[in-house]
Ligand binder design. Sequence first.
Ligand SMILES: Nc1ncnc2c1ncn2[C@@H]1O[C@H](COP(=O)(O)OP(=O)(O)OP(=O)(O)O)[C@@H](O)[C@H]1O
Length: 227
Amino acid sequence: MIGNTIIRLHNVDIYQQNHLVLSDVNLHIDKGEFVFLIGQTGSGKSSLMKVIYGEIGVGSGEGHAGGFDLKKLSEKDIPYLRRKLGIVFQDFQLLTDRTVEDNLQFVMKATGWKDNKLINERIRDVLEKVGLRSKVKKMPHELSGGEQQRVVVARALLNDPEIILADEPTGHLDPETSEEVMLLLKEISRSGTAVLMATHNYHLIRTFPSRIIKCENGRVIEDVTMV
Ligand SMILES: Nc1ncnc2c1ncn2[C@@H]1O[C@H](COP(=O)(O)OP(=O)(O)OP(=O)(O)O)[C@@H](O)[C@H]1O
């Protein structure tokens, strides 16, 4: 991949089973960009993200993410691709039976970290970034919804990803807490990690003007202007 490009899809058709969800997708995301992904329910936002993290294959066209050629991706490449992507999805919440620290440690061990000293340092670094250093020993139920979501963002940052894929990260949060999480994601993009955030929350889109990509009628429209 050339220069600062993190994600590049060129003429890609995206299928769920045998159903063509999005055709002829062209998408380009650079280092440190913040991009909203919008579109009605069922328009293909999650499917697009699944292509980027290797859960749905690229058939026609070309796709690159985090330095990987998505067309040539093998099963054994997938964990390495995912280390370059931070994933913040609603169906990937914190494990409720262990502390914040143990949640983060669990992911690190699963992604190949071995040195306990480095693990502890990294956990404290990412919690510092999301403003939750003091909550390291707390159980998820001892945190507010917004704090839990910030821990999920911290977990996504553990492997210093090139991009965070966030699918409705504020879906369950009240307006004020949604803005807090949004500010955090914006700050993360300013520090160089791109963010692709699927949302239905037009208030956030108006409050935090950013580049917008839309899934509509089986197509991806790049650079939509909102009024
Ligand atoms: N596992 C699956 N098998 C078959 N079809 C699926 C599967 N997952 C999604 N689809 C279909 O693919 C289309 C796009 O779904 P997708 O989840 O990508 O939409 P979305 O824009 O993310 O929706 P939402 O805003 O509700 O999350 C829909 O028609 C959906 O029914």
